[in-house]
Design a protein. Structure first.
Length: 144
């Protein structure tokens, strides 16, 4: 008799206890979910290191604090710059490009949704383009 892998794992690790098959399936499912989350996080953090402090269209000098107007801070939740803050609604990576849907609240109070794409040139430089094509910039990573 052939057993599915989840039953085989459960029988070998749990034995023939009452409800053992049900527990084995739940344990196998939980391990699968945990592995999927770990691999997904590793891919997101390892392949596309976009989080950090950058300057727009000019090389960062020091920590960028003296270039306040050009400063851009990217976190997992948002992108902030002198014009306002954009919350990240969704992300999709395709090779060296990361597309984001963002909702921006400008310092004027206006709110706008848009798409932005970051294309990795090297570990310290990214091309940034609004998907509607109205704005382009080069982001230079600040050290530290």
């Amino acid at each position: 008799m052939e057993c599915p892998m989840s039953n085989t794992v459960g029988t070998r690790s749990i034995g023939k206890t009452p409800g053992g098959k049900r527990i084995a399936r739940a344990a196998t499912f939980a391990v699968g979910i945990a592995l999927a989350m770990v691999f997904n996080c590793a891919l997101a953090e390892g392949d596309f290191p976009i989080e950090g402090i950058f300057t727009q269209n000019e090389a960062c000098r020091g920590d960028g604090s003296k270039q306040e107007f050009a400063l851009v801070k990217v976190t997992a939740q948002d992108v902030s710059y002198s014009g306002g803050v954009c919350s990240i609604d969704s992300k999709q990576q395709d090779g060296n490009s990361l597309a984001m849907r963002v909702t921006c609240k400008f310092t004027s109070g206006a709110v706008m949704s848009s798409g932005v794409t970051f294309t990795k040139k090297d570990n310290n430089t990214f091309d940034m383009a609004q998907q509607e094509g109205t704005y382009r910039a080069v982001l230079h990573r600040c050290p530290g």
